[in-house]
Design a protein around this ligand. Structure first.
Ligand code: NAP
Length: 282
């Protein structure tokens, strides 16, 4: 069997088109502010993509590109100002921050209703307890892709490899909320292949090139590859050995062209959601 490809590019485009239509039909302009500190090349590319998406869907987009040595108090002051602005509905501080800055403190200074990355303790707590809130973009994009297969997640065995706060843990909670039976694996997991082989839904968020081999995958599984790695030739690739695993899975996300683009689309939908929450909470 050769898996159907879950096309992140097409899904993300459809989400952005639908958002653009909603915004135009209502005559509204949600605002997204992105703060980038320093010269991290990957971060610059990500922020450029976010700016492009925001303009494409018709948002107000404000980018703050600050020098590497910006004092922490200046960033906290900027976040405070953005928290208070009515025309800004979403605030994102691009991580990682330069070493002299306290990421935890800065991230948590974002007003929860504007926390479009879903990284604050408040947002994480809401997800954990099943309260309404903004959900981290990458796991949110993954769950959308899984739902796009049309399968009923309820009662399925889902295995998440990775337990980071930004991907693995929230992914597991989202699957749990859909009534999957969830197992979280990590670097100390014993006999990982025996666990992954039981997965109807397998999510890989490890950060290791082609780590998930075909013999780790159950026939007919849905495989979601979050990884963004470089292979020996510098080519972008995921955590899954795509060519081999696609012969076993029923659905698979490619890298590039999969979860990364959906992550970007989810940032746009979170900004729209943030706009609605702020409008309805007035
Ligand atoms: P992370 O914080 O480094 O977490 C990696 C996780 O993988 C950890 O929980 C680690 O276990 C686990 N792990 C490492 N080696 C393992 C092994 N041999 N067996 C089983 N588990 C193992 O990374 P992350 O931030 O979650 O990101 C994961 C990947 O997704 C990276 O490639 C990253 O670039 C990518 N990513 C992509 C997007 C996107 O938009 N597509 C967004 C975010 C991240 P321990 O906890 O035991 O160390």
């Amino acid at each position: 069997m050769s898996a159907k490809i879950l096309d992140g590019k097409a899904m993300a485009a459809a989400i952005k088109t639908a958002l653009r239509e909603k915004i135009d039909s209502q005559g509204i302009k949600p605002g997204l502010a992105v703060i980038l500190v320093g010269e991290n090349q990957a971060s610059k590319v990500y922020v450029g993509g976010k700016e492009k998406d925001a303009l494409e869907v018709g948002f107000l987009s404000e980018m703050f590109r600050l020098p590497e040595n910006t004092p922490q108090d200046d960033i906290l002051k900027l976040v405070k100002e953005l928290n208070a602005r009515k025309d800004i509905n979403g605030i994102l501080v691009q991580l990682p921050l330069p070493k002299h800055l306290n990421e935890e403190l800065i991230t948590n200074s974002i007003e929860p209703m504007k926390d479009v990355d879903g990284f604050t303790y408040n947002s994480a707590g809401r997800l954990f307890t099943g309260s309404k809130g903004l959900v981290a973009c990458t796991p949110k994009g993954c769950i959308e892709m899984i739902k796009a297969t049309g399968i009923d997640i309820k009662g399925k065995n889902a295995v998440v490899i990775g337990r980071s706060n930004i991907v693995g843990k929230p992914m597991a909670i989202l699957l749990l909320a859909e009534h999957a039976t969830v197992t979280i694996c990590h670097s100390r997991t014993k006999d990982l292949p025996s666990i992954t082989r039981q997965a109807d839904i397998l999510v890989a968020a490890i950060g290791k090139t082609k780590f998930v081999k075909a013999d780790m995958v159950k026939e007919g599984a849905i495989v979601v590859d979050v990884g963004m790695n470089r292979d020996e030739n510098g080519k972008l690739c995921g955590d899954v050995d795509f060519e081999a695993v696609k012969e076993k899975a029923s659905y698979i996300t490619p890298v590039p062209g999969g979860v990364g683009l959906m992550t970007r689309a989810m940032l746009m939908s979170n900004t729209y959601e943030a706009f609605l929450m702020q409008r309805d909470n007035k």
